[in-house]
Design a protein. Sequence first.
Length: 661
Amino acid sequence: MTISLRNVGVFAHVDAGKTTTTEHMLYLSGQLRAPGSVDSGTAQTDWLDVERERGISVRAAVTRLQWDGVPINLVDTPGHVDFLSEVERTLRVMDGAVLIVSAVEGVQAQTEVIWDALRQLGIPTLIYMNKMDRIGADPEAVLAQIRRLLSPQAAPLFAPDGKESGFAGTIPLLNGDSGFALGASGYRELLEEAVAEGDEAAMECYLAEGGLADGQLEAALPALVRRRALFPVLFGASSRGIGVKELLDAVLALLPSPKGSAERPLSGVVFKIERDPAMGRIAYVRLYDGAIRNRDAVRNHSRQLEEKATQIRRLNGRKTEDTGLLEAGDIAAVSGWSRARIGDVLGTDAAVPGERRLAVPLLTVQARWKNDAEYPVVIAAFQELADEDPQLDLQWLPEERELHVKVMGTIQMEVLAHVMRSRFKLEVSFDEPTVIYKETPAAPGEGYVAYLAPKPCWAILRFRIEPGARGSGIRYRSLVRGERLLESYQHEVARRVPEALQQGLLGWEVTDAEITLVEGEHHVWHTHPLDFVIATPMGIMDGLANAGTKLLEPLLRFRLSVPEAYGGKLMNELMLMRAVFEPPAVQGERIEIEGILPVATSLDFPARLGSLTKGRGTLSASFAGYQESPPDVRTERRRRGVDPRDQARYILAARSALASQ
């Protein structure tokens, strides 16, 4: 069943004009009396103090408008790579997307990262070329870049009427085959070719007639866009409100409605957690099937528990409306779920789509605060923030009273310090970030543990540990039969293996490993399930000690564009940073270099690039996985807690902790 509604995410690289576009959408729809401004801190979707002060979006903001009588849930997402986790969570629950590209800067780093995710998730997308009125706007060059770097199926729905200070608006390409302004015929030709390539009947007509009529284009476009065989390109200058109406029209005409039924079993996902001054802790929910009403007890499939929905509200920026009902296809904020977490599936997972991992924090930092007395308050504040952004992955060392946080970059660190100050009244600073390495088994090995004392206890385990393919993560299986080791005990072991691999021989997380339980034994009288909580890390660490581990370093995939005059200097810099790259490609008077670059050697490269190229170089980079570090690179991380290889001390520490629970 198709629902008369749209769920649309607005995505872009930072400063492409995403929030400005969203503000003008709200204004044209009648939601705002006047469009807010990012620069003046009045944008409705940028309501956090830090967003208003810095003029950047930090959190995804859900808002709602109506256009031609159809409700649209619009999600304005951050454009800075440091807040990519917000983008990642939004992508999962959108039916359509608007990808904004600057007519001046063109396709940038975040643009490509988001595009790749949109492609993998199969989300129909409109491309909106903004800032057509700015100095340096070059629609022809940027359109060619979009078709080269994103998709050759990108095709214009309009032709721009002028550019820079002469930009007066857009010319519809579906206005009869005659009467085009000078230059518009080339845009029309691109549109006809793209439709013909995606539609067999249109191709036959195109070849026979040498072109396509308006009616044929209009009939074919919606289906092509919805199956991602064509990506419409629109033009505008959102700061002046030009092109925004046409964008809203295209959202309704071309992007799909959600499918789902209120009559089917409940199926939804929590994609955002916030704390609201009035509602307290709220969970943003996208519902695919079923319905939730106030006071309903809702099954949390991920956590195997039920919680009551005390209030359901529709959000429009910071304004809320109590609806008391959330139905299939829609998005709302639900309060009352104290144990819900981001990513939790509600009801059944039957209709919930998968997720695409974009945000991979590659840096870790230690937090500092004024005095020891603030330690509990700081921990509680960071736990609240980690509830809203699990990528922070807090790691604290109670004995040393230290707290470590995973981050995407320095801007995120600055924002975290600002939020701690403005929201929690705490002064927190951070040390210099360090790169997050990983470990992987160097060779096959076996780990064995016989946890038989001090009584009462009995747990015997033998693991086979083998290196896995790069990027494969952790794969675990058991070959032990149930009569030797009860299924309930085996489940306990399976749960504890990933935890045991959080710290390898060098203190880093272990990945790309195949772990097989080849032997296991319990005792009918002496064994307690908690025995395997203690035994598993000891067996795993014994196996890693026998196999040895290799250090893995994180990599970035990069594309560098510089004037030809700087090519030699930049290639020399890249070689010094241990980059591996393809021969440069000439694009006009510039060269483009693509390749792989270690994170550790390039932390300051984006800042240095400006001075190396006098501000004329551009760099796009995204996470490219991990590879084995060179032999001369060795870095250890201080272990948290007692090392399971020191079995006597580890058992005492673990049993003491268990006894205190």
